[in-house]
Design a protein around this ligand. Structure first.
Ligand SMILES: [Zn+2]
Length: 153
């Protein structure tokens, strides 16, 4: 089994157009190796529910395509398996790896993200919250993520 931790970075409103929005960046570390780019929070909560290929990591700006990559995900009974990195445009193999993350660690990460989003939403009730500057507004999905969290193995 491998070890996954996440680090949450707020990048709160430095420029004028961020007045009513809060950008966050989540870095994923596996076995002390920092994975490139930032976690796409909405894709993460999809990828913990079913196997498939997901655009799991996105550019720090929030735009999947200028950076970011697909990862093949397999949900087994014991672990959340992450396999290989694929190019955001043509899905060509960029890097081979296979990580087996025990569900307990996935739950912990999901919980940290939900708590973080909840805290931000309390602090900035009228802000949009996005992974990267231009990402989806996560604020309206927090309750959904909380439900997914409680359904994890
Ligand atoms: Zn970018």
């Amino acid at each position: 089994m491998d070890t996954m931790t996440i680090t949450l970075y707020p990048e709160v409103g430095s420029s004028a157009y961020l007045d009513d929005s809060t950008a966050i960046a989540i870095i994923v570390t596996i076995n002390a190796h920092e994975l490139p780019d930032i976690l796409d929070v909405d894709e993460f909560f999809k990828a913990v529910q079913k196997s498939g290929r997901f655009p799991l990591f996105t550019c720090g700006c929030g735009h999947f395509g200028c950076s970011g990559y697909y990862v093949n995900v397999v949900c087994t009974v014991t672990a959340w398996v992450l396999r290989n990195r694929y190019h955001p445009h043509n899905e060509q193999l960029m890097e081979e790896f296979e990580y087996h993350i025990p569900w307990q660690q996935v739950r912990t990460a999901a919980q940290e993200i939900v708590h973080y989003l909840q805290a931000l939403h309390v602090q900035y009730p009228h802000h949009e919250i996005s992974a990267g500057v231009v990402g989806l507004n996560l604020a309206s999905h927090i309750a959904n993520y909380d439900e997914i969290l409680s359904s994890l193995p």
